[in-house]
Design a protein around this ligand. Structure first.
Ligand SMILES: OC[C@H]1O[C@](O)(CO)[C@@H](O)[C@@H]1O
Length: 494
């Protein structure tokens, strides 16, 4: 602990925001774009008639005859597997990726991700049957597993220290841009019959190719080089990315951090110590809660949801574009607000906003959807508005902070391992929502929205009673200034 006080304050490390670093961010951020594209593309594709006729004819038949039981139109395990399989693969491979990041470095791990992305895009776009389609999604998932572990790590390791928070949010920002891009592509190709869906799936190759080229151009991070004992090369790279000669102070800090990480021989074992529980519980809970807001019910299935409430194909794809725009813009708000308003205020405000939206959507659907088969224009407009209101709240809080907080609360010894747990919790619960939402909607009907509202209520209590504020706290000082002062968590800190 005391060691950190002897170091030069990280705020004083000399650095310029170099053009080279900006290029590296831009290229690596294709990883976020790729992830977002995969999130956003599946909902629109599953809602396309041509796609359903080819792969899920039973779903198509059911849809044609659906009047009364609108909520069950898309209740099909295989259809859901098309979306969810990606996240299961990502979950498994995020652990392998954390090993690859350590052993081979961030750069080759990003390269591996891009190759899987390219293969996955090619296979799913050319699929002749459901098996090819799902194997294609699994390959994309392997890419997501590697990419989501390596890219955020890469971005934050080459960022000048005082930009780390904002850069971390950059990843989420690119995810939201990827989702929007996918929504736009779906909207544009929905009239191309009978293979519009193939274009949607093939366009995923564009960010994948960007990431592939990027992974050849970017430098390995100084941290990763030092970790693998390439000290001289690490020092040289640090000079290059900072654009100044005097990088010794920062370099020494990187070395000290790497040595500390090496001393903790088994980071996963270290994580099981009582004193590691506070950041671990916080990191995992934030990711679980992030998913249980119901965000991905909307991101994956917005077009399907909008069809359920009575929009035609076009209208539902256009509405998904609107929610996509709201998602991007609100994430930008978060970049600015997070260090001014603090984490807790944003998370709490969003709970109120998301709770109101979910309850109001539930009430509208409960009162009117079963009786009439579809909503009136005004009601359908209100549902789109409420979905946007919900997405807005999520995007400036739980979306980015679900990643930011776990990246700033673990001590260096357990940071990578702890973050891997957070990533995999996210993937697991994303999988659960993707696989279960359409069936849950079929069985619970409008009550599904009250179910998510219930989770949001619990999340609010969690923020009030268990989440400490970490705004402005240096990472090395978390234990002293945060955990040991918190009425609940101090009991874990001996
Ligand atoms: O922007 C919404 C997207 O952000 C994530 O929560 C990741 O933080 C995804 O699970 C979701 O689809």
């Amino acid at each position: 602990m005391d060691e950190s006080e002897k170091r030069i304050s990280p705020q004083n490390f000399p650095s310029k925001l170099t053009f080279y670093v900006a290029i590296c961010w831009f290229l690596a951020a294709f990883g976020g774009l790729m992830f977002g594209y995969d999130i956003g593309i599946s909902g629109g594709v599953t809602a396309m008639d041509d796609f359903q006729i080819k792969f899920f004819p039973k779903v198509y038949e059911k849809k044609l005859h659906a009047k009364e039981n609108n909520y069950c139109k898309y209740d099909d395990q295989y259809l859901q597997l098309f979306t969810s399989s990606l996240y299961l693969a990502a979950l498994v491979f995020s652990f392998l990726a954390s090993k690859a990041c350590d052993k081979f470095g961030r750069k080759p791990t990003i390269l591996i991700a891009s190759v899987f992305f390219l293969c996955g895009a090619a296979l799913s776009a050319s699929a002749m049957n459901v098996a090819m389609l799902i194997v294609g999604r699994i390959l994309l998932g392997v890419g997501v597993g590697f990419g989501n572990e390596a890219v955020p790590l890469f971005l934050s390791e080459i960022a000048p220290v005082n930009h780390r928070g904002a850069v971390n949010i950059l990843f989420q920002l690119f995810v939201t841009i990827g989702i929007l891009f996918a929504n736009l592509v779906n909207f544009a190709v929905s009239k191309v019959h009978p293979y519009g869906w193939r274009i949607s799936l093939a366009v995923a190759g564009a960010p994948a190719a960007g990431l592939f080229i990027g992974s050849l151009v970017i430098s390995e991070t100084p941290t990763s080089l030092v970790e693998r004992n390439k000290l001289e090369q690490g020092h040289k790279t640090l000079k290059k990315i900072r654009g100044v000669d005097n990088v010794d102070a920062e370099f020494n800090q990187i070395r000290a951090a790497c040595e500390a990480a090496k001393r903790a021989k088994a980071p996963f074992k270290e994580l099981m110590k009582k004193s590691s529980f506070p950041p671990l519980i916080i990191g995992i809970s934030l990711q679980i809660f992030q998913q249980m807001t119901g965000i991905n019910a909307i991101m994956f299935y917005a077009p399907v949801l909008f069809q359920t409430v009575g929009f035609k194909n076009d209208g539902s794809l256009l509405s998904a574009v609107i929610t996509g725009v709201v998602n991007v813009v609100s994430t930008v708000v978060s970049v600015v607000a997070v260090d001014k308003l603090g984490r807790k205020a944003l998370l709490l405000e969003a709970c109120v906003q998301m709770f109101i939206s979910q309850v109001a959507i539930g009430i509208i659907l409960h009162l009117d959807l079963p009786a009439t088969g579809s909503l009136t224009k005004v009601e359908a407009g209100a549902v789109v508005f409420l979905v946007c209101f919900f997405v807005m709240g999520f995007a400036w809080s739980w979306g980015p902070l679900g990643w930011l907080i776990p990246s700033e609360t673990f001590p260096v010894e357990t940071r990578a391992a702890g973050f891997a747990f957070a990533v995999s919790s996210n993937m697991f619960f994303t999988f659960v929502v993707a696989q279960a939402f359409l069936s849950m909607m079929c069985h619970m009907q409008a009550y599904i929205f009250f179910f998510f509202a219930g989770w949001i209520f619990v999340m609010g209590l969690f923020v009030v009673f268990l989440l400490p504020e970490t705004k402005g706290v240096p990472i090395d000082a978390m234990a002293e200034r945060v955990w040991k002062k918190h009425p609940v968590w101090k009991k874990f800190m001996d």
